[in-house]
Design a protein around this ligand. Sequence first.
Ligand code: HEM
Length: 283
Amino acid sequence: MDLLRYGRSPWGQTILTHVSWNLFWASLFAGILFFLAHAAYMLFSAHRKRSSAETDRLEAANKNLPEKIERHNLSARLFHWVMAASMFVLLFTAFLPVVGVKFAWVQWHWIAGLVLSASIVFHIIHATFFLDFWSIWVGPKDIPELKAELLREFGHEVPGPKPGKYPLGNRLYHLAIVVTGLAVMFTGLFMLKRVRTPFFVRDPYILGDRAWGFTYVAHGLAGVGLVGLVIAHVYFAVRPEKWWITKSMILGWITRRQYLEHHEPSRWRVGAGSSTAKPAGQA
Ligand code: HEM
């Protein structure tokens, strides 16, 4: 199976030009396979939220917590939905022609690309200066949580830590989106120089053939990677047991009970009138 496509430079050299569209089908297939395998696995998986008795005890000890707990403020929600809309336009404009639906896609594609790029820049500034920046990253500190989650997955009742604001899976997913999203954004912004836009004079000669080849291949690789990643994300968003998280991306809040069932209050501190108040009954 070909993974890359090659062309000939004016001097007769073989140069890399694009990724092969076989990779698009592979990513689509991997995304669909993942959701079928996960859905089958979930039929047998143990429940991973806190037991009712333990949640009752925590709720009694944390009466000071508000009934609704803010999970995503308005700016974060707007970013998420603008990014999602632009991502879908980008995926459909890039890949509908590959599956045989031919139309003038390039203009719609780069316009959505600029919207995505602007939303990413906004998100980086917002997350760095106004949100809890470290809450989304993974590191060695998460090993106890990983061990506890794996044991729970196999049906053991273990006392190990629950997630902070974001479960481990979400944080790993965010990392993959950061890598592919930034790759597609930087290469895409560069590629704008090759197409006709109202912003500057088109100049395909700012890079040599080889460098353009690598840029197009990097853009294509990140793009096909995003096909599988987006399928996995949408699949989790619509799963019934994850619906409470998806709802919080629409309404902004989760209930106190959901907070105590799914999170470690000492790792995501919230409280009436204070975002750092420590819930009772916690170390
Ligand atoms: C979900 C994100 C994205 C996906 C899946 C995606 C996918 C693609 C694909 C598959 C191509 C064709 C590449 C080739 O022929 O080798 C392409 C071309 C292109 N993309 Fe993207 N892209 C994304 C984001 C962006 C962004 C953020 C920008 C710009 C800000 C952008 C700008 C462009 C441009 C200018 C082209 C070149 C069109 C041409 O040369 O005719 N893309 N994109």
